[in-house]
Write a protein that binds this ligand. Sequence first.
Ligand code: BES
Ligand code: ZN
Ligand code: ZN
Length: 514
Amino acid sequence: MRTELLFQDPSTLSTPLLAVFAADISTGKDAAASPALLTTSDVLGNAAAKWLSSGEFKASLGETLLLHSPEGCRADRLLVIGLGKAKTLTAHDVRKGAGVAVRFAKPRGLRDVAISFPEDKALADEHMESLQCSLAARAIAEGALLADFEIDTYRSDRKDQSVHAVTLIANEHDGKSKDEVQHGWNEGIVFGDSQNFARTLVNEPGNVLTPTELGRRAAAMAQEVGLSCEVHSTDKLHELKMGAFAAVAQGSVEPPALIVLRYEPEKSPAEDAPVLGLVGKGITFDTGGISIKPADNMDKMKYDMGGAAAMLGAMRAIALLKPAMRVICVVCSAENMPDGKAYKPGDVLTAMSGKTIEVLNTDAEGRLVLADGLHYAQQLGATRLINAATLTGAIGVALGLLNAGLFSNDDETSNKFLGVLATSGEKFWRMPCTEDYREQIKSSIADIMNTGGSRYGGAITAAMFLKEFVGETPWIHLDIAGTTWADDAKPWLSKGPTGMGVRSIAEWVRSYAS
Ligand code: BES
Ligand code: ZN
Ligand code: ZN
């Protein structure tokens, strides 16, 4: 998709579709909706005025009103897009609004979309306070790019409805905010493309995206954006004594991939700056292994590499945004299969850290590969750790499918992450992993076991297991099992892979550089 940013009155742009945002400025719970156009262009305002006052359009989030040949405008169509209440307007609403514009255009064969930058003429300053120029521009780029993504790549009868060009058009600003808009727009393109890169990986079926193929895609991406990348397999796992990771991989004819990416900033960070370690679960298909999963919904388990995809997407964004931080990324990729050689319940594994693990359930494989990945990232020099994984069904039971779970052994580190969510627009909710839960993963046979004794708190016992392998290093675990795949489409997004985590992880990394 081509992207362009113009500074001129949006009414002067010749385009098949010009989208303009509107918000409801009514106050009080029971007041009738009062939609106001978010633009400083009088021509646009006049063209829509009659319809905004007619009562047929309430500016609720995602609502649209299409005007053909709007008076005084050079655009063929003016699409008014509601963003909801002005009072609570956030950049995330703008992200969705931009997505609505693109997804409105696609089935109608409109290949060029222009979006008018939301400006505050109709709003009191307090309403727009939280909506900084750069963040709004960034959100529009992200929303537009994310909305173009489809999951039907393998359909022979697929109709390519992709939008070819998105133009953001903002009225002339003073010098400073013009730079801000440009800056946000550029960043949004990086974030949107990187998230779509992750979504493309997640969407690939298990027979295409094997661990080896994931390694190839990571290497190709690294080459493109200037990251160093190594991809290792079985021999290296044995050499490093990654007994947990190797055990998961041994049931498949597909060899595992240990993928290591490194980002070195051009300007070296301060001596005492932390080195950030990003670790991803990359199970390209999870059958459950010998503890095999039921057939229903097993197809979904192609997305069990969503954590790896999130980390690779974040690394892509980091490479392009160039924060002054050292970052190491370790992806542990394998296929979890039942086989004559597969690992079994009752097996005792020795992890790279030396800890012994009693396997109770071969379907709790994610924590095993991550145990070695987290240990290895520290050996490579990471002093702050973050991992992402589609780790447990239990996280969806606990939090629903809206918030992903965040677990951490360190308040400062986790607060830094929670602090970037207002910018990224993603939802993570902190869950406990205090020492009192440790009891539940104790084993009488080995140091620990790979599942909690009971089904209660399954997401927490999984986190407790990972915690065993991070020592004193400040660490965050993101359980994205409930949020990596959306079963239903939204007016601004296709159903399917969400790319959840990419934006927040990259933003968290950047927060250390500022
Ligand atoms: N990959 C699954 C978790 C998962 C479940 C991801 C649903 C996405 C959607 C993971 O490897 C797994 O199977 N976990 C088990 C753990 C149990 C055996 C302790 C689970 O959640 O049931
Ligand atoms: Zn599993
Ligand atoms: Zn799994």
